[in-house]
Design a protein around this ligand. Structure first.
Ligand code: DGL
Length: 271
């Protein structure tokens, strides 16, 4: 059986690349809902419905044993409901994992923590709640970055850099020591973010930038070690499949660059 990855767009591709690098032996199926991106400006009910459709597709049609919800917005808005209600009823032998609690676990050393995320993620306060559970003395500052996902989906590097600069300024003014890139799309600009954070952070102090592609693969490996009943069902043929709800130039270019010219990208309908 396969490992599924679900996201609204380019972000999931970044996560797929990171997983493939760390755990190359497994078979991966990535579904990106590029037709309905951005999720970050959508309602709770819409995101919940979209996530349900993505997960059902990966379980029913693509034989996934485990789905990683790479999308922070979907993890924040709908994951718990899916894990508590939908899975036990429809797919009791499958698992769905999110990215927010693992990211919160990475902030333990932080005292002043900045979260950059979509409007929906920030509104949900999921990061705030999860970080304060683990690190109650930390001060958490959230900021929504409504235009970033669109810049990244368009592959517009100049606009992306301008947006990062604009959104990071108020967080750096709060003298944060830790910054969570709270959206799967943001790691594509992490080198630039680290540069800005170095220049704009407290003089002489480094801002620790937390990028999910750098630890989710390792946490997935740990999870599989702790869950041999899941691990033993995963096939190991080194295959990678990409499905999008709408073809996009950015995903096409990056997929070919990261997975080779022969990678097949197919269009699917969800729901
Ligand atoms: N990539 C998703 C996230 O991590 C959502 C971006 C969007 O579709 O707005 O939040």
């Amino acid at each position: 059986m396969n490992i599924g990855i679900f996201d609204s767009g380019v972000g999931g591709l970044i996560m797929t690349r990171a997983l493939v690098k760390h755990l190359p032996q497994y078979d991966y199926v990535y579904v990106g809902d590029t037709k309905r991106v951005p999720y970050g400006n959508r309602s709770h009910n819409e995101v919940h419905q979209f996530l349900k459709e993505g997960v059902a597709y990966l379980f029913k049609k693509k034989d996934c044993k485990l789905v990683i919800v790479a999308c922070n917005t979907a993890s924040a808005r709908a994951l718990r409901q899916i894990q508590k209600k939908y899975l036990p009823k429809y797919f009791p032998d499958r698992k769905v994992l999110g990215v927010i609690i693992p990211a919160a676990e990475e902030t333990l050393k932080g005292k002043r923590i900045g979260i950059l995320g979509t409007v929906a993620t920030v509104k949900s306060k999921t990061y705030l709640v999860e970080i304060q559970k683990l690190n109650p003395r930390a001060e958490v500052f959230q900021l929504a970055a409504p235009s970033l996902v669109t810049d990244i989906e368009k592959g517009d590097t100049k606009a992306m850099k301008e947006s990062f600069r604009k959104y990071l300024a108020p967080l750096l003014e709060k003298k944060i020591d830790t910054l969570v890139l709270g959206c799967t799309h943001y790691p594509i600009g992490k080198t630039f973010v680290r540069k800005i954070a170095r220049l704009g952070g407290q003089v002489g102090k480094k801002v620790h930038v937390i990028s999910q592609d750098e630890f989710i693969p390792k946490k997935t490996a740990d999870y599989l070690k702790r869950h041999p009943e899941i691990k033993s069902e995963l096939s190991k043929n080194h295959t990678r499949h990409i499905y999008l709800t709408k073809e996009t130039k950015t995903v096409d270019t990056l997929a070919k660059k990261w997975f080779g010219q022969n990678i097949k990208i197919e269009t699917v309908k969800l729901g």
